[in-house]
Ligand binder design. Structure first.
Ligand code: PHB
Length: 409
């Protein structure tokens, strides 16, 4: 046997063991090539790691679901969140690496820019994070296992008026597509329930963390009951909560609320006491009390360290990989794009976030939204205390068929 052949056999053996198969089946194992597009460098690097770990953990915890297939992740760095690198990555993965499926996309501009390539490549493309509602309308090959900002922000608009009894709100948002969605989603529901958005403040973009002070000072001067903020998770979120604390806004009687992006689990402990009392609406946090999540969090801590934690981006990766495995099994490894997408229409999964489904009409996720408050636990750490659950939430931008969210005729 040549050295190269020995190496090839050894590589197969490692992948095979990972999928929980006896060695004799090794020759039968079919490798599925998963093209992964994530921001491995730059502002989104932590998010890329969280998503990838979530996806890998699904395979590790569910060997019986995955076998007899092995999954080879071919990774490409989408770098800055402006779409340019992500589009090239999608093109290369489809034409040169000839992947069976594409996955990833943290930032909406990356998924928007990749859509024409996804259309041309005709392969299932699983969005594991990017949350602008209309993205799934840009290609019939997009299926989303993450969220849209309409899921969280619309639900929070309703809760802000009804549960928090807020009458006025100022919205501050990162000025790019998901930020505009969060504003529209929140405002639509808040005002339908008697609230009034008295100002909407564009607050920088996703590429770098701005100084939020001038934006939040403007909000403070306007004395709303609540300040609703959307920024992409990561260092943006930490800066939001620190600035809110530094400006003494809580003491001024202004409650900070937002989608769970602003209290991302991996950032929460670093936010300090300024985070206590924040109210968010989201589909996942590491404190969720269900059997799947307990298993997920325990396995995560075992593999990546006691101080590490999954977050909502990891849930998108975990659920996304579960969707890919389902499509591979349903198409018997062929992964014809149309068949793979079809297999996921109406697909149901018991996720760490609770029950999820892919809406057969829109290829977008249907999931629970949890209204939560940040509290300090007896362990001295910050936790998410669940206040209420909204079951089986659909993306309301599509339900209401607003603008580019309306189905393509
Ligand atoms: C997005 O660009 O769609 C995005 C990024 C990070 C988030 C949410 C949405 O936390």
């Amino acid at each position: 046997m040549s050295k190269r052949m020995i190496a090839a056999v050894a590589a197969t053996a490692v992948a095979t063991v990972a999928a929980g198969m006896p060695m004799t089946q090794a020759a039968l194992a079919q490798e599925i090539k998963v093209g992964v597009i994530l921001p491995y460098t730059g502002v989104g690097a932590e998010l890329a790691q969280q998503i990838e770990r979530g996806a890998q953990l699904y395979l590790k915890l569910n060997p019986d679901q995955a076998k007899p297939y092995t999954f080879n992740m071919i990774k490409r760095d989408s770098k800055a969140p402006n779409g340019a690198e992500a589009k090239i990555a999608a093109q290369e993965l489809l034409t040169q690496d000839k992947v069976d499926v594409l996955a990833g996309w943290v930032y909406s501009p990356d998924a928007i820019a990749s859509a024409p390539v996804v259309n041309a490549g005709k392969k299932l493309s699983v969005i594991m994070n990017a949350g602008t509602s209309f993205i799934t309308n840009l290609s019939p090959y997009y299926v989303r296992t993450s969220f849209t900002l309409w899921h969280s922000s619309y639900a929070l608009g309703e809760a802000a008026a009804k549960t928090l009894k807020a009458k006025t709100a100022v919205v501050a948002y990162s000025d790019y597509p998901p930020g505009k969605d969060s504003l529209d989603g929140f405002k639509t529901a808040f005002e339908a329930n008697g609230g009034r958005v008295i100002d909407a403040i564009p607050a920088g973009g996703p590429g770098q963390v701005p100084d939020f002070t001038p934006f939040f000072q403007r909000a403070k001067d306007e004395k709303p009951d609540v300040m609703f903020v959307f920024v992409p998770a990561g260092d943006h979120a930490t800066a939001v909560v620190k600035t809110y604390g530094a400006l003494g806004m809580a003491a001024a009687g202004i409650k900070l609320i937002g989608p769970g992006d602003i209290v991302q689990d991996i950032k929460l402990q670093g936010m300090g006491d300024a985070a206590v009392g924040l109210i968010t609406m989201h589909h996942y946090n590491a404190d969720l009390d269900n059997a799947q999540n307990k298993k997920f969090v325990a396995a995560w801590k075992k593999d990546f360290g006691a101080d590490s934690t999954p977050d909502f981006t990891s849930a998108g990766g975990y659920d996304g990989m579960a969707a890919i495995v389902h499509a591979v099994q349903a198409t018997k490894g062929k992964m014809d794009g149309d068949e793979a997408v079809k297999s996921l229409l109406g697909w149901k999964f018991d996720s760490p976030q609770g029950p999820i489904m892919i809406d057969p009409e829109t290829r977008d996720i249907v999931m629970n939204e949890y209204l939560s408050e940040v509290v300090k636990g007896p362990d001295g750490k910050l936790h998410e205390k669940q206040l209420a659950v909204v079951d089986s939430v659909k993306d309301q931008c599509k339900v209401l068929a607003l603008g580019p969210c309306a189905p393509k005729k």
